[in-house]
Design a protein around this ligand. Sequence first.
Ligand code: ADP
Ligand code: ADP
Ligand code: MG
Length: 666
Amino acid sequence: MFKKILIANRGEIACRVIKTARSMGIATVAVYSEADANARHVRLADEAVLIGPPAARESYLVADRILEVAKQTGAEAIHPGYGFLSENEDFAEACQKAGVVFIGPPASAIRAMGLKSASKALMEKAQVPLTPGYHGENQDPGFLATQASTIGYPVLIKASAGGGGKGMRRVDRAEDFEAALVSCKREAINAFGDDDVLVEKYILKPRHIEIQVFGDMRGNCVYLFERDCSVQRRHQKVLEEAPAPGMTAERRAAMGLAAVEAAKAVGYVGAGTVEFISTQDGQFYFMEMNTRLQVEHPVTEMITGLDLVEWQLRVASGEPLPLTQEQLEINGHAMEARIYAEDPDRGFLPSTGRLVHLSPPPETDHVRVDTGVEQGDEITPHYDPMIAKLIVWGSDRRQALARMRQALAQYRVVGVSNNVDFLARLVAVPSFANAQLDTGLIEREQALLFPVAGEVPADVWMLAALAELLREQRLADKKAMQSADPHSPWRALDGWRLNGRAGRRLVFRFGDVVQEVGIEAVPGGHRLQVGSLQIVARGSLGVDSELQAQLGDRRVRAVVVASGERRQVFFEGRAWPLSLVDTLHVGGAGEEVEGGLRAPMPGKVIALAVEPGAQVEKGAALLVLEAMKMEHTISAPRKGIVKAFRFQPGDQVTDGAELLDFEGVE
Ligand code: ADP
Ligand code: ADP
Ligand code: MG
């Protein structure tokens, strides 16, 4: 085994490789650009060497400089991570010539799989099923148009050298073909310096299912099952999971064998991924092979219990594959979400800036966070704006999904726009929860994923409150069943109290709108009050968060997904991402707070619940503060007037800061 390796990458994948190397007693050398002088991968590595200015082509892509550092530091091998030089055959070859092991496949395999058209031709020979289409050399526009008509519309024009979802055009009608071809070629030449394209059948409602393969230098090759990466936006992966929902043992074996055939056809060594596009009825076709460790490899690790980086290091140092196909097994279900610094509401535009506050959910046996940044670090415009990968495991998909929801609800990122809330909505959408997967899911569910600002209908507040009451009831029932006297009247939650009927309230928030729902128990249900509107509500809450409700004389259905303080209400085709604001009112008692109400702990102002100048009753919600990962209501200590707020939503406040001017009235 190697004693020292160099990692020719940055960010989370560099940190990921260092972790395994360390556990195997292998020393690590990091390389970094001027923009990364203080980056996490530099802090973690045993040694770190500056290789150039921020721009990747002057640092992380300079093969000669990186090889020179390997020589200087005595690193015996180079792990390229993904992206950058990982699929660069010249680099793999240069490593070999320099006597440094490239931790990846031979240059010849990278070359064979490098172009989508050439690799398809090769796969055809190896009898791997291909998407119907033309992948030959003739690039004459008229010829390609004829091919498209033969294939049958819709078709997909793909840049042969493409990657990362770029250089693809779907064409639905013959009359649009030529224009699409011109624009696709233009994008391809700019992005990849090569404008050759192929044309294939556009598969409707497809799923992206890929197979992890592994080969060693002795000719062994195995598959480590599949990952479903169908949840995409603009052909880029957003959520990945393993195994693929609905996969049968037979189809898994067929896809696995096809992938192994594909790998063997190019003399593959190390970790690789064969990507297939699959129809809803399970037919699958080869799309491309990625000759490197994939971003989403952790979901495979979670279901196999293996460390793929360890396998890479073993294979690269000449050892045989640690396990045979028969010894490999799937255990449970895993999901990964890519946490990005980007703004979902502005076309997922990357966001840059300092991570003023960063607190991921705590890592456990079931929750893993792979990241290259820490609080205080900067997301710069120079590289991919990925903040982290959040990976969860469950004994089945439902449990994994519940853990993913929980973990996303706990994730806090402040300082850059990010997709955490978007992901939280995505994993709550009923079609995703029910595994109705295809690559169009995000687009189709737009109305639920991109809630527009607007007034929240009273029904939505009421449904959220009703779901909350039903959830409380369920918990109480569960406790009662576990206790000695399940039928004790003291355990009933029907609102009956010694001192007459109990009134209480729940507080919800949508953006900066805060709404109280008054609740009063009545026979057979609850009277809910929103503003001046009163309705008697009752209903039942299913295991899938499905709410059947009776609101007055109307029967309605909704889905109310709870995770942390988030309450996603799906109702009449729209989504309302609410939060439940805790009802432990933290306003002080009586006289001592005259003049001002102070923050009970450091935090962030989330919302103002009333207008300045408003007259309020005792206990009314005034302001919502987020602190210690919870939302807290600052409420009126008594009847009075809110004279002014000292902070606006978004402001950070210190412990004891005076939040607002309050004046009591008789
Ligand atoms: P996958 O199929 O695994 O998602 P892609 O084809 O999308 O892979 O490529 C991975 C992408 O990750 C590359 O396009 C590259 O821009 C980006 N990338 C490369 N290195 C890093 C890194 N260290 N951290 C985050 N992203 C990276
Ligand atoms: P890249 O190199 O950019 O990853 P791929 O060939 O792997 O390109 O395709 C990326 C994505 O584009 C796939 O995951 C899938 O969503 C979509 N796609 C590719 N080929 C087809 C096809 N023939 N029909 C429908 N969608 C496709
Ligand atoms: Mg791909």
